[in-house]
Design a protein around this ligand. Structure first.
Ligand code: C2E
Ligand code: CA
Ligand code: CA
Length: 407
């Protein structure tokens, strides 16, 4: 039981009575580092200022000021890497769907407890997971400092990987999406969810984007020399759309590389609320006027996908993979996927389905008349130098797929 003393637990609940009750139960189970907060904001402040943040947060979903889901979103923005147990008076089905909702964020949800919380259930849940949580915390999940991310940008440690995008009807390659990786000198390949939010929150996102765009333009030129025309899509963050100089800097990079705007697509996600619609609209409209293509990414998730469609001049709609993979077998997903398809048709936008992982997914796209596809079924993201060989392999697979379809 002595390693209990290194295990830090934060309990957040607006009811003082619940805090006391759970706190007591945890102490009885041998956990001495138990902290309590009576609301989301104070919980966030605690986590941000604690010398070592808690490994586990017990979170009440229904709180008056900041509800649990909102709290978790802020936690993700703050790069919290611990785990969460949800507590609520809601019925189990609601808790299940919230749990599912959260599995897409980096934060691990260990499970849920229904109020009134029974000490035995609490004990079971924590004991089942504590060794796993502590081990994970110590080893693989390492957080990075702002300085190290800034250094990575300037020392050219960021490398672009590329994932192909193909036409569904013909299988023809239409371009590649740039997905950044950090080739860390000691830790190996680091995925964007571990450092992009950090760059967003610390005014580094423009610099990060310039480095990625510069590289993508270089690779685009390299492929052209090899006889391949592969327009590139680049992910932007809403944070990029705050600074009016951003568009000019991007135009400058395109001109310097001797490339044309038509070969560039910018993918925008609303992972956070836009602070100024006016500035974002100004920047996006200028991109559009210069013939850069605009894509609304992760469609169906986020804060207000429909109002984004209304406000911004997008050419392409990317349906989030959460509504694509497995949609052929799931009524709800299928309905959302079809509605997105219909919306794109009516708005005369190109529709791209992400997360196409198997032949069943591919067949659904084919039968429903989706324009373009992207996903592991077609290819995983790869370094620039692997793209030409993949293009040759795909040509063979593509013929097979098209032949099968016409049988
Ligand atoms: P995204 O733009 O939605 O990119 C798609 C993500 O799904 C990528 O993860 C990709 O590797 C993954 N993926 C592709 N096909 C499949 C599939 O069939 N199944 C599944 N389960 N996953 C698939 P990755 O590379 O980890 O990127 C995560 C996110 O990081 C991206 O999501 C994007 O929002 C962000 N990101 C990546 N590069 C940049 C960048 O240069 N700038 C900014 N601001 N964000 C970036
Ligand atoms: Ca994207
Ligand atoms: Ca996406």
């Amino acid at each position: 039981m002595d390693d209990h003393k290194d295990f830090r637990i934060l309990v957040i609940d607006d009811e003082a009575f619940m805090l006391k009750l759970i706190g007591k139960a945890l102490h009885r189970l041998g956990y001495s580092q138990v902290f309590t907060c009576s609301g989301g904001q104070s919980g966030l402040d605690f986590i941000k200022s604690a010398p070592s943040p808690p490994q586990l947060v017990l979170l009440d979903l229904n709180m008056p000021q900041m509800d649990g889901i909102e709290f978790i979103r802020h936690l993700a923005d703050a790069n919290f890497t611990g785990s969460i147990i949800l507590i609520s008076g809601e019925d189990e089905r609601t808790l299940q769907s919230v749990e599912k909702l959260l599995t897409s964020s980096r934060i691990t949800v260990l499970g849920y407890l229904v109020k009134p919380v029974k000490p035995a259930a609490l004990k079971l849940l924590i004991e089942r997971w504590r060794p796993f949580v502590s081990a994970r915390q110590q080893s693989s999940i390492k957080t990075y400092s702002v300085e190290s991310v800034s250094r990575a940008i300037h020392n050219a440690e960021l490398v672009n990987y590329y994932q192909p995008k193909v036409q569904v009807a013909s299988g023809e390659i239409v371009g590649v999406e740039t997905l950044v990786r950090w080739q860390h000198p000691a830790d190996g390949l680091i995925y964007p969810d571990r450092f992009v939010p950090l760059a967003e929150n610390n005014n580094l996102i423009d610099e990060l984007s310039y480095a990625i765009i510069r590289q993508a333009l270089g690779d685009l030129g390299g492929w052209q020399l090899a006889g391949l025309s592969l327009p590139v899509s680049i992910n932007l963050s809403m944070e990029n759309l705050k600074n009016l100089d951003f568009a000019d800097a991007v135009f400058e990079l395109i001109a310097q590389a001797g490339q044309s705007a038509e070969d560039i697509t910018l993918e925008v996600t609303e992972s956070r609320l836009v602070q100024s619609i006016k500035v974002a609209l100004d920047i996006l409209t200028r991109f559009k006027l210069k013939r850069v293509n605009l894509s609304i990414d992760d469609f169906g998730t986020g804060h207000s996908s429909l109002s984004q469609l209304r406000d911004f001049p997008f050419d392409e709609l990317k349906v989030d993979r959460g509504f694509v993979h497995g949609a052929w077998a799931n009524k709800k997903l299928h309905a959302i996927y079809s509605a997105s398809l219909g919306l794109a048709r009516q708005l005369e936008m190109t529709i791209v389905a992400e997360g196409v992982e198997d032949l069943d997914d591919w067949n659904l796209l084919r039968q429903s008349g989706c324009d373009q596809a992207q996903g592991y079924f077609i290819a995983r993201p790869m370094p620039a130098q692997d793209v030409p060989a993949w293009v040759a392999d795909w040509e063979i697979r593509r013929r097979e797929l098209v032949a099968q379809a016409s049988e």
